[in-house]
Design a protein around this ligand. Sequence first.
Ligand code: PHE
Length: 336
Amino acid sequence: LVPNFKEELDQAGSAEALEELRVKFLGRKGQLAELLANLRDLSAEDRPEAGKKGNAVKNELNQLFAARELALAQEKEDKALANFDPAMPGRTPESGSLHPISLVMDEICSVLGGLGFEVVSGPEVETDFYNFEALNLPPEHPARDMQDTLYVTDKVLLRTHTSPMQVRSMLKRKPPVAVIAPGKVYRRDSDITHTPMFHQIEGLYVDKNVSMADLRGTLTSFVQQIFGKDTKVRFRPSFFPFTEPSAEVDISCVMCGGKGEVNGEPCRVCKQTGWVEILGCGMVDPQVFKSVGYDSEEYTGFAFGLGIERVAMLKYGIGDLRMFFENDSRFLRQFC
Ligand code: PHE
């Protein structure tokens, strides 16, 4: 039995073959069991001696089996190691990155922080009072139509701009107030250049003797830190119910440097005008000071609001606003 077992053991080259062999020789109905069962037929005097021998055989088979099992496992491991190439590049786990909107938002906050503004934040679900009424937009005011409002109830809505943070900040603080409020805003609007949610950052500075010159100086410094020191700034008269006078600010086109063309081709970013609009601003309207209980004889201030997506598109040369919201990782990876 032992030589037979040895021979077959040497030939068993796999775990399956080894298991087959175990059943055949060592199993409950295997050859060893059969041999030991035969001992019962021996005479009483022959049995002890034969029993001893039987046990010795059993031990030997078990030992041989265990040794072969170990050798096979070792062989398998050696093979795996031989196939292992330590110079092969590993699989790097995908790492996340900040969304371009977050990056631009952080950068804007850091530049304005350097100019002395403190970051504040407030609710996206607002009341009519903060979003409109206290900003000199009484009910039935035609300028409410400028912003396609998403209503929750009659008097509760999704803020259409970050300007309600002007009101909240002034009610909470005493002058001097110098705050910026970044965040999401919502409008019932959706096409290639409008998404129902987008981001703005509001700026507000209120103190004694704040003038339009301060506004211009602040915005010029800000714009040149974001877009480069050669960037030019232009104020165009405009209208907002909560500022008087009001202006829209253009910067010289980032794409063509204000020339209106790139390599003889008409500039697509500024549509050949050399200027792109980036924000709305103005001097805080006395009506707004009145609704927060500030004395407009003592204090003046300026406010501005700018769209983050717009800044990001100009900074990174992104032509389609929808890119920001599709979350295609091939797009997002480029901003690591
Ligand atoms: N809230 C205005 C808008 O969303 C921007 C603005 C802010 C204008 C502050 C003037 C002052 O269009």
